[in-house]
Design a protein around this ligand. Structure first.
Ligand SMILES: C[S@@+](CC[C@H](N)C(=O)[O-])C[C@H]1O[C@@H](n2cnc3c(N)ncnc32)[C@H](O)[C@@H]1O
Length: 259
């Protein structure tokens, strides 16, 4: 039996088979991408990769509550296949989020250099939670906003005043990658995990798509980002990873936040 607020060292299929159906409010899934960055990210073929991906999706979907939300990270190319599969499973498409990683770009000389990842946002029904006020972001045109906050701006016959918390959050997220954030004098540093997600990015997802006390699931938790963000924001979490060293690291990261 899987208990909340612990990090398990289990393969995703063993782990998911022990989670109660209909218990999860939010799943944040950052799975292998088949980019051959590590053994766990290497598949014999794209077919084998997709078959693994569709298999964990099949195990995961029954765990979501009827008003639950699902976010899946991947490359834009793989996300095109994952999107089709989720549609075939009657999940409801909400957003194709483009994460602009603000990282050093690669060196492609035959095409544009890759600088983005995709985050697919789906829900199980249209009764999902979406706390748009909790994820507002600062306005960009500060002069105009300063002016508007005093006198307002006339829009369609009504006077509009800017929200002090900022504007609505769009579907293109400009958030610096961990790899880039941790560079020293421009040099990439060795990290405990090769692909940690930024904490602020995962916090945004949790704030938008769950309430305090809700259950957040991540079956590829790596360095523990989802667990740490859930803990910080007063949510419960169900997390696992098949690599015992990553589980150790995740537990260590969680301890820094008092668990
Ligand atoms: C992209 S990383 C996740 C990184 C994480 N979001 C973070 O912020 O650190 C994917 C993780 O999936 C784990 N993994 C790969 N195959 C797995 C499987 N079959 N079951 C459980 N975990 C798996 C890897 O060990 C790796 O830590």
């Amino acid at each position: 039996m899987i208990n909340p607020n612990k990090i398990y060292n289990l393969d995703c299929f063993d782990f998911l088979s022990q989670v109660v159906d209909g218990s999860v409010s939010l799943a944040i899934i950052d799975p292998p991408y088949n980019m051959k960055k590590a053994d766990w990210d290497t598949f014999e073929s794209q077919e084998e990769f997709l078959s693994f991906t569709f298999k964990w999706i099949d195990s995961l979907l029954p765990k979501l509550k009827t008003n639950g939300s699902l976010y899946i990270f991947n490359t834009p190319f793989n996300s095109a296949f994952i999107l089709q599969y989720l549609i075939s499973k009657k999940m409801i498409f909400q957003n194709w989020i483009t994460w602009d990683k603000r990282d050093g770009l690669g060196y492609s000389k035959r095409k544009y250099s890759n600088g983005q990842e995709t985050i697919l946002f789906f829900t199980k029904s249209d009764k999902h939670i979406f706390n748009y006020n909790d994820i507002r972001i600062p306005y960009e045109s500060t002069d105009r906003i300063q002016h508007a906050s005093k006198k307002g701006i006339l829009k369609n016959g009504k006077r509009w005043f800017p929200n002090p918390q900022g504007k609505f959050c769009g579907d293109v997220w400009h958030i610096t990658s961990e790899r880039h954030k941790r560079k020293i004098n421009g040099k990439v540093q060795k990290m405990g995990h090769i692909t940690p997600k930024p904490l602020d990015l995962v916090e945004r997802i949790i704030k938008a798509s769950s309430k305090e006390g809700d259950l957040v699931l991540d079956c590829f938790v790596g360095s523990g980002t989802t667990a740490v963000a859930a803990k910080k924001l007063g949510r419960n979490f169900l997390c696992s990873d098949k690599d015992k060293n990553y589980v150790k690291l995740a537990k260590k990261n969680l301890k820094l936040y008092g668990n």
